[in-house]
Ligand binder design. Sequence first.
Ligand SMILES: [Cu+2]
Length: 128
Amino acid sequence: MKLKTFPLITISFAILAGYAAARTARAPKASHNPQTITIRASRFAFEPSEITVKKGEPVNVVIQSEDVSHGLVVEELGIRTEVKKGQSATVTFTPETSGTFEGKCAHFCGSGHGSMTLTVHVTDSEGQ
Ligand SMILES: [Cu+2]
C-alpha cells in the first residue's frame, strides 16, 4: 500500500514544484507588464482617436466594439486586428520607430467607414 502511493506523492510533489518554479520564473516579468490602452470602436470613430505610446515599449491595445464589427490596421506598426460585433480584441505590439502613424478601420462598417481613423504617436523614450 505504502509502496504504491509513494510514487504518486513523489510525482505530485514534482508537479507542484514545477508549477512553483514556473511561477517564480515568470514573476519578474510582471513588473514589465505592457501598458494597456482601451479603445472603443463605434460607427464611425475610435474613442480616443489619438493615442501616444513609447518607442521600444510593448503595448496592449484592447479594442471594444460598441456596435458592429470593426477592425484596426496600422500598417507601419504591424497592427492588424478585427473585432466582432459587441466584442473586444487585444493586439500587442512594440513600436520600433518614433513618429506619427495613421490607423484605420479594417472592417467595412458603413458609410462613414473611410473616415474612421486612429492616430498613433510614438515618442522616443530616451528623452525622458
Ligand atoms: Cu469601422
